[in-house]
Design a protein around this ligand. Structure first.
Ligand code: CTP
Length: 403
């Protein structure tokens, strides 16, 4: 047997099979011995020669094809994980019910290693009761599902059912194999926007959706990190989209976030403070609803400063810890960068990710530009993209700084 750990990569008969070629390459590059087992029907989508060339191993789709010594029992016994991408509705049904009518389903039935399934099918098939039952059976038996994602489908429709992005499939597989690049490291991420209560019905808040922080947390978790998320008023559907192993602490106000951050920080290797934290809170909370006074033309609020959580963590960090924060600034890009550089020098964090915000950029679901600077304000990276692309680059840059 090869020194490298073996991954069985099952390929179902879905159009997304062509995307699985990049999954094979990435897993081979990560040092794994990848054996691709396509279902016979999937060979119409991507042929045997392609899988053989990419994996460097023979490709068998029926049980009677291999020479003696590499049958389904041997392949199953030597596997560290089985990944099926794309997993069609038919393939999920066969696996769920123990039907073994080709090489892949025989190997799966004979194996005891982790099973990862990346479904790909039309929304109607994913939401059909039969598929739902099969997914439940497989989950109960310990199979892990990667996706499916929502978006354009091969039929031209939109909806849930797309195969998860290839990099997500790779990082989840590596994390299951204990080979993620953040494996077992403890990371704290803050996200969302704090709300400072004025009275029982009003608060001072901001427009942060929390998506940026959520994407950063997801990225760390997909690469094996143990993530704690300090969540300030994040939509529950957004929180529900996170991998289940992320520990979420609800921190709706600046004071609650400060407390939780100080409590968690000593255990952490990395802290990324992506939340929009209020700089001021009402000097006094009014227990009764503040009433409008007829005829009064002015109304003032007394505020007092909150603690600067990022600066506090930066002042307490050890040499083994890395603290990163954001500088959300308005103005021209040059002004934004200058303000961010000053903030980096002031706060003492290892990295400040500077981004431009305004009416139509920076908050919510839009493309954002980011410049990363060190404690002295010198640029160490620059990226642009949507929040999930930026999150991946931010996590990769932090990885390079930690090494
Ligand atoms: N931050 C924090 N605690 C605060 C305010 C901000 O930890 N009380 C963190 C944010 O999470 C972010 C960074 O500090 O990582 C910068 O936040 P930002 O609002 O841009 O800066 P401020 O320090 O609030 O400065 P200003 O509002 O004057 O630009």
């Amino acid at each position: 047997m090869s020194e490298r750990r073996r991954i069985i990569l099952g390929v179902g008969a879905g159009i997304a099979a062509y995307k699985t070629t990049s999954v094979v390459r990435a897993l081979v590059k990560s040092g794994f011995d990848v054996w691709v087992i396509p279902t016979p029907a999937s060979l119409k989508m991507v042929g045997e020669v392609t899988w053989q060339a990419l994996s460097g191993n023979p490709v068998y789709s029926q049980v009677d094809e291999p020479p003696s010594g590499v049958g389904h029992i041997e392949l199953a016994r030597d596997a560290s994980a089985i990944l099926v991408a794309p997993a069609t509705a038919d393939l999920l049904a066969r696996i769920a019910h123990g039907i073994a009518d080709d090489m892949l389903t025989n190997v799966i039935l004979a194996a005891s290693c982790p099973l990862l399934l990346a479904p790909a099918m039309h929304t109607n098939m994913w939401e059909n009761g039969a598929t739902k039952d099969n997914v439940q059976i497989l989950r109960q038996r310990g199979a892990r599902f990667i996706g499916p994602a929502t978006g354009a489908l091969s039929s031209g429709d939109q909806g849930i059912g797309r195969m998860a992005p290839e990099d997500e499939i790779v990082s989840q597989t590596l994390a299951v194999l204990g080979s993620g690049s953040w494996q077992d490291q403890k990371v704290m991420v803050s996200a969302g926007g704090t709300r400072e209560p004025l009275d029982p019905v009003r608060f001072l808040g901001n427009r942060s959706s929390g998506r940026f922080g959520i994407e950063i947390a997801r990225n760390f978790a997909l690469q094996g990190a143990q993530v704690t998320l300090l969540a300030a008023n994040i939509d529950s559907a957004l929180l529900a989209s996170l991998p289940a192993n992320i520990a979420v602490i609800s921190t709706p106000t600046a004071a609650q976030m400060h407390r939780a951050a100080l409590e968690q920080f000593p255990k952490m290797q990395v802290a990324v403070m992506a939340a929009a934290v209020a700089d001021y809170q009402p000097a006094e909370f009014q227990a009764q609803k503040i009433k409008k006074i007829p005829g009064q033309n002015e109304f003032s609020l007394q505020l007092r400063p909150t603690a600067d959580i990022l600066a506090d963590l930066a002042s307490k960090k050890s040499d083994q810890q890395l603290v990163a924060g954001f500088a959300a600034e308005t103005g021209s890009w040059d002004q934004v960068v200058q303000l961010g550089q000053e903030k980096a020098r002031r706060k003492g964090a290892d990295i400040i990710f500077i981004n431009q915000v305004g009416e139509s950029s920076g908050f919510g679901d839009v493309t954002t530009r980011v410049s990363a600077v060190d404690q002295q304000g010198s640029e160490i990276g620059q990226f642009a993209g949507d929040k999930s692309q930026l999150a991946a680059q931010i996590v990769a840059l932090i990885r390079r700084q930690v090494q």
